[in-house]
Design a protein around this ligand. Structure first.
Ligand code: ADP
Length: 431
């Protein structure tokens, strides 16, 4: 069967979040990193998510990258295109959500799309066009202080109107309560009036289902990963999806187990401490990477490599971590500069990943959003088949490795995701 859904995600972990939800709703899904080669082989796939880095780049660059992704997806004959952004509508007055949506609509020769950022399961809801994070309006949620895209207005109709020359409308909750047919009729009326973008209220999963049913025939939908949870049921009703028992089924994992952590988020610090405690003192399995020592020369990294090799002899798991509390991070940043400290850590973890995977690591957990990007790029990985989730939002994935029969099993965890025992349990749930 043909690929049903082609998604364009404006960042890497957002792409995985959507892909994870699609798999949970029964679609077999591959995430590709950047726009792939034209001849990429994809077997048994219902959805492809193209992960871009277009959230915080200049709008013309975001538009160009998104159109390139669209071109690739259309060549694959996808039925519906999904532009995925953050559930907190991360953008500025110059974009990039409005300009990208406008460009995609134009290229698809479509007259209207919907904007559905809400993810009720994670406390992101929209009422009368206003976005809430938990019980706070967006502009009072902490997002007003975001370093790259501060969100100082919770009224999404107003926010989007500043990003597009086209008209912006609203599908409000009382309308959604009347069901999918009424919602579709409202969208058509708005389209007749020249309203190109329609912000959709969403309070709960029921609203998402109504929206999904109303928009399943639109060439383009846009939103957060919540909408991704609701669309597959509509595709199934139309007979567009093959019946598969386990959409997240991966090949059996093989090879030794390694955890690389460059995240200093609170959840990760807890996971590191939990792992170290569990494996000490008889067989210590953790090596602390220190950016100050990395800056002195190659010895420290060589020591990390030797430590990991020793622990991997019996299959692991071994943990190499730069994760440190705020005081230690600040000290390293003061001595080296923030960017250099980060780069030293990311380069070191990338190097360890490349070396140790070449030597037989086949199950790899990486903690940290930026860190994951660095490791994936060091390994030259271009596509990830999405498996079952370990903890909410974090699935196991698999990627083919050149010259090796078994694929690499990879779990990429952004900072605050995962339970306390994530670094041990991840390997226990892996088939
Ligand atoms: P998260 O998802 O938790 O935000 P990221 O990997 O995105 O994690 O970001 C963490 C950043 O901090 C990375 O750039 C990493 O290289 C850097 N870093 C990690 N450990 C240290 C450290 N001990 N000192 C300074 N910077 C560090």
């Amino acid at each position: 069967m043909a690929i049903v859904l082609g998604a364009i995600a404006d960042d890497f972990t957002g792409a995985t979040d959507l892909a994870n939800n699609l798999v949970r709703a029964g679609m077999r899904c591959v995430q590709v990193i950047g726009v792939p080669e034209a001849d990429l082989v994809l077997d048994d796939v219902d959805a492809v998510v193209v992960a871009l880095k277009s959230r915080s780049v200049p709008a013309d660059r975001a538009v160009a990258d998104s159109l390139a992704a669209l071109g690739w997806l259309r060549a694959r004959g996808v039925r519906q295109v999904f532009f995925k952004y953050c559930s907190t509508f991360d953008s500025t007055d110059v974009g990039n959500i409005g300009p990208v949506a406008d460009a995609l609509l134009e290229r698809l020769e479509a007259k209207q799309t919907v904007m559905v950022p809400a993810f009720p399961a994670n406390g992101r809801t929209v009422y009368q066009g206003h976005l809430f994070v938990g019980d706070r309006l967006l502009d009072d949620s902490g997002m007003q202080h975001h370093p790259l895209n501060p969100m100082t207005d919770a009224d999404l109709v107003r926010v989007l109107a500043r990003q597009t020359l086209h008209r912006v409308g609203l599908a409000a909750r009382p309308l959604l309560a009347q069901g999918a047919a009424a919602t579709r009729a409202h969208l058509e009326t708005l389209a007749g009036e020249g309203v190109r973008h329609v912000i959709c209220d969403t309070l709960d999963e029921r609203d998402l289902t109504v929206i999904a049913e109303a928009v399943v025939d639109l060439p383009l939908v846009t939103g957060g990963s919540g909408l991704g949870q609701a669309l597959p049921a509509q595709y199934r009703q139309r007979g567009w999806l093959a019946e598969v028992a386990e959409a997240g089924r991966l090949a059996p994992a093989a090879g030794s187990a390694l955890v690389l952590s460059g995240s200093c988020s609170r959840a990760t610090l807890g996971q590191v401490a939990h792992f170290l405690e569990r494996h000490s003192p008889d067989s210590p399995r953790g090596f602390a990477l220190d950016p100050l020592k990395l800056a002195e020369g190659e010895t420290h990294l060589a020591q990390a490599l030797a430590f990991a090799r020793e622990g991997l002899i019996d299959g692991g798991p071994v943990l190499v971590y730069a994760s440190a509390d705020p005081e230690r991070v600040q000290a390293a940043q003061a001595a080296l500069g923030t960017e250099r400290a980060g780069r030293l850590v990311e380069d070191a973890l990338g190097h360890l990943a490349r070396q140790l995977v070449a030597e037989g690591v086949g199950r790899l957990v990486v903690a940290g959003g930026e860190t994951s990007g660095a490791v994936v790029s060091a390994l030259g990985i271009r596509q990830l088949r999405i498996g079952d989730q370990i903890d909410p939002g974090v699935p196991w994935t698999q990627s083919p490795l050149p010259g090796r029969e078994a694929p690499l099993s990879l779990a990429l965890k952004s900072g605050n995701f995962g339970g306390l025992d994530f670094f041990t349990r991840a390997f226990e749930v892996l088939p």
